[in-house]
Write a protein that binds this ligand. Structure first.
Ligand code: UDP
Length: 320
């Protein structure tokens, strides 16, 4: 098996969406490995504090940009890797900024792919488990083509990511660009927005404040949660060692949402109780990645849900 390169000194990496939760951890990993990282973000959902944190590294360069409008020319840089990580990804974003989501994953991704073609760079598209929609097979394998509602409340994200995958694959087949597609499953950890609307930040913050935990539906729907450092490690494996076919990345450790709520209450020693709310339309019933493909590259998730929750809770506490 090929080994993961640990020293990336001399490599230039462009990260679109650098101020976001997962991308900021990706930037950090590559800066720690010695690469020069160029970040782009328009702060639509990303946070300035992530950029401040990354700016402590000498080899981090940042430009505020909306990549579906334009990207810098980068005349004096030759990129080795270009990472398309710029999309808002929370269901609350789908309601508020659906057109921005569709444009960044189409026009934005196209601009990044053209740049990768011009630079001879390896291109990575951060796609999502959402391309499977409400899946009819379980666990989800990469060969499953999905069950997506094209006009539902999640479609601006699901279909935009399906388009981004198609665009990426077309640049590979038509222009022989070295491409990667990752399908990210539910990820959590420090630097998530506390008001992100997703289940882990909601439950952890509610439990810390001894407020009711808002379980949507009867809480029998499942998700499989991956701690952010594991996810970033999986991205590194795919980028450095993978091929152009899609990779599921995440942690197959699966919980019902009700179990997840109960675990968080007990881990935080909280007095909260559960409060059941209406289930949003098209909410996937079960989700668990089959990660055998990425495991063949040497990836294995390491952080348990209990450890990850503890780290996430101390992060949210530090913000109070
Ligand atoms: N959810 C919940 N309460 C919340 C937020 C989310 O019960 O306060 C549920 C949501 O309906 C879904 C699951 O938790 O079934 C995961 O939701 P999230 O928004 O984190 O991500 P998704 O996997 O749906 O994109």
């Amino acid at each position: 098996m090929q080994k993961l390169p640990m020293d990336l000194t001399g490599k230039n990496i462009l990260v679109a969406g650098a101020a976001g939760f997962v991308p900021s951890h990706v930037c950090q990993l590559y800066l720690e490995k010695g690469a020069t990282v160029y970040g782009l973000d328009n702060f639509i959902t990303g946070s300035k504090s992530n950029i401040e944190l990354l700016s402590k590294f000498e080899k981090f360069h940042f430009e505020e940009r909306n990549i579906f409008e334009s990207i810098p020319e980068y005349k004096d840089v030759k990129f080795d890797y270009i990472l398309s990580l710029a999309s808002p990804a929370s269901p609350i974003d789908f309601k508020i900024i659906p057109l921005e989501i569709m444009r960044v994953n189409s026009e934005g991704t196209l601009k990044l792919l053209e740049l990768a073609k011009a630079h001879g760079a390896t291109f990575l598209e951060a796609s999502t488990s959402e391309v499977y929609g409400d899946p009819e097979i379980h666990p989800q394998v990469e060969s499953y083509v999905g069950h997506v509602n094209p006009i539902g409340p999640r479609s601006c994200y699901d279909e935009a990511k399906r388009f981004a995958e198609a665009l990426t694959m077309s640049f590979h087949t038509r222009y022989n660009v070295d491409t990667r597609i990752i399908r990210i499953f539910n990820t959590y950890g420090p630097r998530m927005r506390p008001n992100d609307g997703r289940v882990i930040p909601n439950f952890v913050n509610q439990a810390m404040d001894n407020e009711e935990l808002t379980v949507y539906g009867d809480g029998s729907q499942t998700r499989s949660f991956c701690y952010v450092t594991d996810l970033v490690n999986a991205i590194d494996h795919v980028l450095m060692l993978g091929d152009h076919m899609p990779y599921n990345i995440g942690n197959p450790d699966e919980y019902t949402i009700k179990e997840c709520a109960e675990l968080i209450i007990s881990a935080l020693d909280s007095k909260s109780v559960l409060s059941f709310k209406e289930l949003p339309k098209d909410d996937p019933k079960r989700r668990r990645p089959d990660i055998s493909r990425v495991m063949k590259l040497g990836y294995l998730p390491k952080v348990t849900f209990a450890e990850g929750l503890e780290k996430t809770a101390s992060y949210f506490k530090s913000l109070k």
